[in-house]
Design a protein around this ligand. Structure first.
Ligand SMILES: [Mg+2]
Length: 247
């Protein structure tokens, strides 16, 4: 059995169609900051901040520090001035995005199974957001951190790389004190969840996306059989793990 199981969040533990929810997030935030920050500038600087985080490869600052270094100055402001406004936004407004999401069948069951087996469970969501946003999405997934003892929830405060880099997965394994080769990553995105995790040495399971073929060509080599547990749904994976086929 594995020493840790990592779960992506959006469209792995929570139905969250990003094509709708990300533009809605930008709109909600723009609206909240109306009168303080020009909306096109806000979106441009958010994208620049995300790019700065994506360039963070584990050798530098936290993702939050990488973001802060470009974002606030780009708006002609400072974190001291705008930080509290963002905190209020996440406390008061962010929850409105829940309507774009739905709990995903099988998510609670597989996390419960993992924890019952004494296996550390990690919420391995791309750490572009503050922890509060990720904790709220976990609530929407019926997996509140107050009830589910995750070993780690990655956020922009505690991570030094994004999923664009194998370093993201290496950092999780190091924090847990696990050998990456003894960890399993479960996710729906080949470029962010599967390819860099394989490169870091983890085993992987792909949450099949209807109409979206897997892209093994993105992987360094044909994916080593030892690292590929297969593809399908969380329920299918749970059956596979509980059947003891992956020892
Ligand atoms: Mg995902």
């Amino acid at each position: 059995m594995f020493d840790a199981i990592l779960f992506d969040l959006d469209d792995t533990l929570l139905i969250n169609p990003v094509a709708e929810s990300i533009p809605a997030y930008f709109e909600l935030l723009s609206h909240y900051l109306e009168g303080r920050v020009d909306s096109p500038l806000l979106v441009a600087e958010l994208l620049r901040g995300i790019k700065a985080m994506d360039a963070n490869d584990g050798t530098g600052p936290t993702n939050e520090e990488a973001f802060d270094a470009v974002f606030y100055a780009g708006l002609g402001s400072t974190k001291e001035a705008l930080g509290p406004v963002f905190e209020r936004f996440y406390a008061e407004e962010y929850g409105k995005l829940r309507s774009y999401t739905r709990p995903l069948p099988g998510a609670v069951e597989i996390v419960e199974w993992t924890l019952t087996k004494g296996i550390p469970a990690v919420v391995a969501t791309n750490p572009l957001y503050p922890l509060t946003a990720i904790q709220q999405r976990l609530e929407w997934a019926k997996l509140p951190v107050s009830e589910f003892r995750f070993a780690r929830v990655t956020s922009y405060e505690n991570s030094h790389a994004t999923k664009a880099h194998p370093a993201y997965y290496e950092e999780i394994a190091a924090v847990l004190g696990c050998d990456p080769r003894r960890c399993l990553m479960v996710g729906d995105d080949w470029a962010r969840d599967i390819s860099p995790a394989v490169e870091a040495g983890l085993s992987v399971y792909w949450i099949e996306v209807p109409g979206d073929p897997p892209h093994p060509k993105d992987l360094p080599d044909p994916i080593p059989e030892r690292q590929y547990l297969g593809q399908g749904s969380l329920r299918k994976l749970l059956q596979q793990l509980d059947g003891g086929k992956n020892g």
